[in-house]
Each structure stands twice: as structure tokens, then as C-alpha cells.
Write a protein that binds this ligand. Structure first.
Ligand code: NAD
Length: 326
């Protein structure tokens, strides 16, 4: 019989790619999101436009058994969205309400396997002060001290999923994603993240110009290409390991080096103009010991190869928009 999957947040970046991947595997897929996908027509067999904060909508969406449920819907964005403080109440309320509703509906339907996308933002700020030596091992999560309300909500929801496993015999699986990037993700408007923002700035700049960067650029991060993220996600959901486990890259770069990489890929000669802006922790990198140990897998693809694909896609989007505006 054909397998079925539900993707919550199917109109978003990772959800959109996940729907395509599940379709390629032969699944019947229902997607749900509060908005349609901005950059592609959803590949889902059934796409429900609706607000997952509404319990009645969630019960309508989860009206049958699904072999796999992926919960990716969240009120989120890059540093310009989660670190200003202006969106804290929405981020906490909206994402927590979504998780509470989905878990409740799945449990009442007898659905056991639910994937939950947590974030590296839940790791303690005090372990990420040194840009050369951040600690993001899974067992460093407590005592908790995330640097944003977004991180605190992720931590709460991780515990919620684990509590449903414990009390209701569910088999939820939890990943802590580290900076996922690739084409068909937000690249402007204030919710974009560093790789997409960098690609956009480089794409619109003319040879010899400068691009703005928040902070001194010495802060470090690791970035994972979307295809690798999906592979890790599917392997985790289908495994007997509940997590939480990091899904991220161990290839750490400074934001200055990320910018230089994108400039180099574009063939343009540009300079960096450092300005004040929200930056988050000084260093962050995935620690993949646990995922290697428990799933026998870790991502391999280089940052550069993924950035090339992302830059090409964003450059084409910039071009398309300027043609439309002309
Ligand atoms: P995204 O913003 O592109 O996708 C999230 C989707 O959730 C959006 O399409 C949004 O419309 C939808 N959504 C928000 N509120 C909703 C509501 N009330 N009802 C229905 N849909 C709603 O983000 P993404 O990058 O695809 O991230 C997916 C998940 O992975 C999120 O939970 C995010 O916190 C987590 N995550 C992502 C990253 C990353 O680097 N992209 C890193 C860590 C964790």
C-alpha cells in the first residue's frame, strides 16, 4: 500500500524540499501551511492552507493515520527576526501553540512517529562565546541558557515531544538543526538567514562596491546544505533513536570567510563594510559524534558546493525580480 506523510510547514524552505523528496520516494503527501510556497508550486498531493495555532484546523488536517508526520512549522527567521526582541511573544506563543496542537491531535489519532525540528539555538550561550571552540554536544544542553526566546521555545517543545514518548508510548524523533541553507528559501524581507543574505548582497552588488555585514565577521558558524538535512531527517525519523541529535555540518567558517567565499564564487571583486546589527553567539558548530555513533551517518558535502547552487538560484531570483519591476 502507498505510504502516507504529513508535512507541517510545507510552504516553507525545508518543508517544500521535504515534500519533493517524499514524493520522489513514492509517498502520498499532505502539506499544510499558513501560506503557499513562495518559490514553487507545492508537489504535495493535498495542500491545506490553514493556521496550525487553531486546534480545530489541526484536527481536520490530522483526520487519518499517517505513516510519517514531519513538524516543521514555526514562527522563525534569521538574526534580524529573532534577536531584536520585537517578535519574542509571537515566536514563543505561535510555535508552542503549533506543537501543542499537533502532538495532541497525533496522540488522539494513534499516530506514533512524529519528527520535530528543534534548533541549535537551544544550546547555552555560555558555551558559544569562543568563536574557535564552541561546544554544541547534545549533552551540553543543560543547565539551559539559550540566547533567544526562539531557543527557549525549542527547548520547551523538545521536552514536550519527549514527554509524549514517555507518557503515551509515542515514538517522536527530535533533530537539532544547525543553519540549513539552499535554494527556494527566504532570501529577502528580514527573515532571511546569513547564507541567503550574503548571496543576495553579492548578487545585487556591482564590481568594486562593498557589501554590509552585521558585526566584525569573526563570529563562526557551520551551514548544512538542504539535501543533506533531508537525508539526516529521514534517517532519524525511521530509526529507533529518539534524539535529540544534531543535524548539521562540522565545517566551521567565520562570517567573513563565508562572505569571501560567495564573492569568489560570483567572480566579483567586492569589499566588506562592517556595521552594527544583531549577531547571536560568537561561535557555533555542529558536533556530529552522536549522529555518527547512533545512525552511522553524518553529512559530507562541502559548504562551497552548496553555496554555489544557492548563489546561482538567488542571482536568478534577483534578476527575475528586476525584470518584473522594469
Ligand atoms: P520556514 O520559515 O521557511 O518554514 C516554516 C513554515 O512554517 C513557514 O512556511 C510558515 O508559513 C509556517 N508556519 C508558521 N506559522 C504557521 C502557522 N501558524 N500555521 C501554519 N504554518 C505556519 O523555516 P525553515 O527554514 O523551513 O525551518 C523549518 C523548521 O526547522 C522550523 O521549525 C525551524 O525552527 C527549524 N530550523 C530551521 C533551521 C534553518 O536553518 N532553516 C535551523 C534550525 C531549526
Amino acid at each position: 500500500m502507498q505510504k502516507t506523510a504529513l508535512v507541517c510547514g510545507a510552504g516553507g524552505f525545508i518543508g517544500g524540499h521535504l515534500v519533493k523528496r517524499l514524493k520522489a520516494e513514492g509517498f502520498w503527501v499532505r502539506g499544510v501551511d499558513i501560506k503557499p510556497h513562495e518559490y514553487c508550486v507545492s508537489a504535495a498531493d493535498d495542500f491545506i492552507l490553514g493556521d496550525l495555532r487553531e486546534q480545530t484546523l489541526v484536527r481536520e488536517v490530522i483526520d487519518q493515520d499517517f505513516d510519517e508526520v514531519y513538524q516543521l512549522a514555526a514562527d522563525m527567521g534569521g538574526a534580524g527576526y529573532i534577536f531584536t526582541g520585537e517578535n519574542d511573544a509571537n515566536v514563543m506563543h505561535n510555535s508552542a501553540a503549533i506543537n501543542l496542537n499537533i502532538l495532541d491531535a497525533c496522540q488522539k489519532r494513534g499516530i506514533k512517529r512524529v519528527f520535530y525540528s528543534s534548533s541549535a539555538c537551544m544550546y547555552p550561550e555560555h558555551n558559544q562565546q569562543d568563536p574557535d571552540n564552541p561546544n554544541c554536544a547534545e549533552d551540553s544542553a543543560y543547565p539551559a541558557n539559550p540566547d533567544s526566546e526562539y531557543g527557549w521555545e525549542k527547548l520547551f517543545s523538545e521536552r514536550l515531544y519527549l514527554a509524549y514518548n514517555r507518557n503515551f508510548g509515542m515514538e517522536c524523533r527530535i533533530a537539532r538543526y544547525h543553519n540549513i541553507f539552499g535554494p527556494e528559501g527566504t532570501w529577502d524581507g528580514g527573515k532571511e538567514k546569513a547564507p541567503a543574505a550574503m548571496c543576495r548582497k553579492v548578487a545585487v552588488a556591482r564590481d568594486g562596491e562593498s557589501i554590509d555585514m552585521w558585526g566584525d565577521g569573526h563570529q563562526t558558524r557551520s551551514f548544512l546544505y538542504i539535501d543533506e538535512c533531508l537525508e539526516g531527517t529521514l534517517r532519524l525519523l525511521r530509526s529507533d533513536f529518539e534524539g535529540p541529535v544534531n543535524i548539521g555540518s562540522e565545517e566551521m567558517v567565520s562570517i567573513n570567510d563565508l562572505a569571501r567565499m560567495v564573492m569568489d564564487l560570483s567572480g566579483k571583486s567586492l569589499t566588506i563594510n562592517h556595521i552594527d546589527g544583531p549577531q547571536g553567539v560568537r561561535g557555533r558548530k555542529s558536533d556530529n559524534h552522536l549522529i555518527r555513533d547512533r545512525l552511522g551517518w553524518a553529512p559530507q558535502q562541502s559548504l562551497r558546493s552548496g553555496m554555489q547552487i544557492t548563489l546561482d538560484w538567488i542571482s536568478a531570483e534577483v534578476e527575475r525580480r528586476s525584470v518584473c519591476a522594469a
